[in-house]
Design a protein around this ligand. Structure first.
Ligand SMILES: [Zn+2]
Length: 307
């Protein structure tokens, strides 16, 4: 019986060497039925080498490991280091590549690479349709003007945005507090409503502020408007967008305090990270690591390889 782990120390103890990491990864990836990761081979049996890490496919005779065809492949960083990095991304409010490089004793370049790969996997998490009561809100990130901090969201401004800021639309289900974030080109009806209609179940309660891009959604939802213009935080109807605004403030603290600046190009990845961390904050460490491995979509990768 392999021991479980529920905190960082236990995680480190659980994986004393590469072999233990590989075996854990293999167990999660294949669940007893090995899939040869090589192109055009459908082998499902393999010989295991004495090192407990390498396999030889009984069909194509090629050698592979649990890392083959995953984000860990072609990385000189040990699997244990990857696991600890994943833990840190999910348990800190955000971690910079500089800090990660110091904590793990790797170069900043390697740390940056790890973080980008980890965020990509977090972005593989399926976006579920939200229902019941769903809050919508936007936030604005970036901008060159020092005075325009990300937390200064200007309501009623024309277009509701600044030229040098990137808008992000968030949808949060009230009951589960599950959130999804979408980097959008602007906050127009055209940019916002298709996303809302795709990810919010028709007939749900839909809570937003008075921004005009939400107008018309009442033919799909019970639309409750919070009039922030009148300094209203909870409407007379009893709904509010406070929970999603709380989430935005976590994101902004991470962006301002840790990442300092985020390019538009990478912004969606950062929001994948923020949403994943938030949505799975109550899972145990092991469940989080398992979920991460599941989201590597090794099987999809395998399909990509053979297609
Ligand atoms: Zn094979």
């Amino acid at each position: 019986m392999v021991p479980n782990f529920s905190n960082l120390l236990q995680l480190i103890d659980r994986f004393p060497d590469e072999k233990s990491c590989h075996q854990y990864l293999a167990g999660q990836r294949w669940d007893g039925v090995i899939e040869c990761p090589f192109k055009e081979c459908k082998g499902d049996t393999a010989w295991v080498f004495k090192d407990g890490i390498r396999y030889k496919c009984t069909c194509c005779k090629k050698i592979f490991t649990a890392k083959t065809g995953t984000i860990f492949e072609n990385s000189k960083i040990s699997l244990k280091t990857w696991f600890v990095a994943i833990y840190m991304v999910l348990h800190k409010k955000g971690i910079s590549s500089i800090q990660l490089s110091k904590d793990l004793g790797i170069t900043q370049k390697s740390a940056w690479f790890l973080l980008q790969r980890i965020r990509t996997v977090l972005g593989n998490e399926e976006i579920l349709e939200l229902s019941g009561t769903v809050m919508a809100d936007e936030t604005f990130v970036g901008g060159k003007n020092k005075n325009r901090h990300a937390n200064k969201k200007v309501k009623y401004s024309q277009g509701r945005s600044f030229k040098d800021k990137t808008p992000v639309l968030g949808l949060m289900e009230a009951e589960s507090s599950r959130v999804s974030c979408f980097v959008v080109p602007d906050t127009s009806t055209k940019s916002i409503q298709p996303i809302v209609k795709e990810y919010v179940t028709k007939g749900s309660n839909f809570v937003s502020d008075e921004w005009k891009a939400y107008n018309g959604l009442n033919s799909y939802y019970y639309h409750y408007v919070i009039d922030h213009g009148r300094k209203e935080y909870v409407g007379e109807h009893g709904f509010s967008t406070n929970a999603i605004e709380g989430f935005w403030s976590l994101c902004k603290r991470a962006i301002i305090g840790i990442y300092h600046k985020t390019s538009r190009k990478h912004l969606q990845k950062y929001f994948f990270e923020f949403a994943f961390r938030y949505n799975y904050r109550k899972l145990g460490v092991q469940q989080q690591i398992n979920l991460f491995i599941e989201n590597m979509h090794c099987r999809l990768k395998y399909k990509d390889l053979v297609s």
